[in-house]
Ligand binder design. Structure first.
Ligand code: G6Q
Length: 537
């Protein structure tokens, strides 16, 4: 992070420490319009923040000093910005709908491959949706089970729920991720083998959880249908690893590839989105990609002051580094976005949860905020208390839509009344005098007073559509990218995840082999011994 540019931000925080969001609104009647912007179907009002024009200017300077413009171009043009893995970072190529686009990695244009796989996915989705794809006994597919974890699960789950109104309701979708056998077993209880399509989604095709679940699902299917040949009609793969897919027994004709320049947590618009394509069909899927593309274009071309991902990133940095806010909350006021916070959790925390700069030094400031959230208004009846009156500063993003897919009486108006009321209350609070005027008993005044001055962003779109969902995902992807650039960290590797993959393998032998000599610390040895004793091993 550029020290000089940050110093200016820090100085402004000091100078304005006695000013509240309420004061800023009193000073500037045009504030709401001044601190709002539109992109790709989304309206962002960020006026309820602790900012003024001078602060935004200082924050933009911070972005400029990080060479952000150049870094954005490097990402979009396929430079190997994921340096610790020696890879390009090109999820934007997956949704580049410009027919003339050419993007090269190692001198080779990746776009023909992207278009080919998209067509393959569309053709396959048509077959499944129309019932022309028959299972081994000649029945059409009714159940689709995606087996994957992390980046090969969270995106497909989130988007399948989000775009339910566009789905083919005849088909039922399930997502198995956990290596806890309960996840698979309870799913298999819901489906019929002769009508089930398993999508094994794994970039590497070596991930322990996914491969174990996939093997178990394969055995179940073969047992139910009584013939190994059934696998070819009931299993397809999404992967970068052709050899491993063939070794598993899946016909590579039914393999949908993607590439090492697609990071797991950014892979939803790649073939990892196959379950979504089957659910909503190729036309809606094209709309989904178009939404992403519109936000990508906005991000690449808009000047920083008017650039939605850049503005969100800078506000995040202001609170995280300037005010010590350790977390931020994402609050979608739409039931269809129920898994969006969980999806963002991975995107943000796996990308920017890094403690070393690009030069290999310890970062001298904090990075990677903790992201959490739940759909409104459920959160209002639980953790909002802490946001309103607790001692932590928790900036929030409120996400809502003017129209609902399911109008029932005035329910949507009620939902949105809560949506607007919350950001108002968080920003403006309630003073002791206001409480007294309402007749609050004096001894209760301190408890019923709200300081306010709690920052929020409001993201409002007309309706949740494939386009607005795509644009929303891209918005946060680019926000995370910008913060990584400013913090000077590598956002596209995940050595912590890799570590987990290795650690569990080491202990598995101790749990299953005969009389192992336990060589862990005393605590771990004790726990393993107790586990073995319970199982009489
Ligand atoms: C994502 C991470 C991680 C990954 C899973 C699954 O960015 O790398 O969540 O997606 O570990 O990996 P596979 O797709 O290789 O099974």
């Amino acid at each position: 992070m550029d020290a000089q540019a940050w110093e200016k931000v820090d100085r402004l925080i000091d100078e304005n420490q006695n000013k509240t969001i309420k004061d800023y609104f009193a000073e500037d009647p045009d504030r709401a319009g001044r601190f709002s912007l539109e992109a790709a179907g989304w309206f962002l009002d960020y006026s309820k923040n602790r900012i003024d024009a001078a602060m935004m200017k200082a924050l933009v300077k911070l972005a400029e000093k990080s060479d952000l413009k150049n870094e954005i171009e490097k990402m979009f043009t396929g430079r190997k910005i994921n340096a610790t893995e020696g890879r390009a970072v090109l999820h934007t190529a997956l949704r580049n709908i410009d027919k003339n686009a050419k993007i090269k990695v190692d001198g080779k244009d990746v776009m023909p491959g992207v278009r080919r796989v998209l067509k393959q996915m569309g053709d396959f989705a048509d077959l499944v949706r129309s019932g022309k794809w028959k299972g081994f006994t000649g029945k059409r597919i009714k159940y689709v089970v995606n087996i994957g974890i992390g980046g090969s699960d969270l995106g497909p789950v989130m988007a399948n729920i989000a775009l339910t109104p566009y789905s083919k309701r005849y088909l039922k979708f399930y997502f198995v991720s956990n290596v806890d056998s309960t996840h698979l077993v309870e799913t298999l209880r819901e489906v019929k083998a002769d009508q089930t399509l398993f999508i094994v989604a794994s970039k590497t095709f070596t991930t322990q959880e996914t491969m174990s679940n996939a093997q178990a699902a394969k055995s179940w299917l073969v047992e139910k249908l009584g013939d190994k040949k059934a696998v070819a009609r009931h299993f397809v793969a999404v992967s970068t690893a052709e050899k491993e897919v063939a070794a598993f027994g899946i016909d590579t004709k039914n393999m949908f590839v993607f590439w090492d320049w697609v990071g797991g947590r950014y892979s939803l618009p790649s073939a990892i989105g196959l379950s979504l394509m089957i659910s909503i069909g190729r036309n809606n899927y094209a709309r989904f990609l178009k939404g992403y593309y519109r936000m990508d274009r906005h991000f690449r071309t808009a000047r920083f002051e008017r650039n939605m991902p850049v503005v969100l990133a800078l506000l995040g940095i202001l609170y995280h580094n300037g005010y010590g806010a350790e977390s931020y909350c994402v609050l979608p006021y739409d039931q269809y976005l129920s898994r969006f916070p969980a999806y963002l959790q991975q995107m943000d925390m796996e990308s920017n949860g890094k403690g070393v700069t690009k030069d290999g030094e310890k970062v001298p400031y904090t990075t990677g905020p903790i992201e959490w959230g739940e759909p409104g208004t459920n959160g209002q009846h639980s953790f909002y208390q802490l946001i309103h009156q607790g001692t932590h500063l928790i900036p929030c993003d409120f996400i809502g839509f003017s129209k609902t897919h399911n109008p029932v009486g005035d329910l949507h108006d009620k939902l949105m009344a809560n949506f607007f009321a919350q950001t108002e209350a968080l920003a403006f609070g309630k003073t002791a005098d206001e409480c007294r005027k309402e007749g609050v008993e004096e001894r209760l005044v301190p408890f019923k007073t709200f300081d306010g001055n709690r920052p929020t962003n409001t993201l409002l779109a007309d309706e949740l559509t494939p386009e607005t969902l795509g644009a929303l995902i891209a918005l946060y992807e680019h926000k995370v990218f910008v913060q990584g650039v400013i913090w000077n960290i590598y956002s596209y590797d995940q050595w912590g995840v890799q570590l987990g993959k290795v650690l569990a393998k080491g202990i598995l032998d101790d749990l299953t082999s005969k009389k192992p000599k336990l060589r862990h610390d005393a605590s771990t040895n004790q726990l393993i011994a107790r586990y073995r004793k319970t199982l009489s091993r």
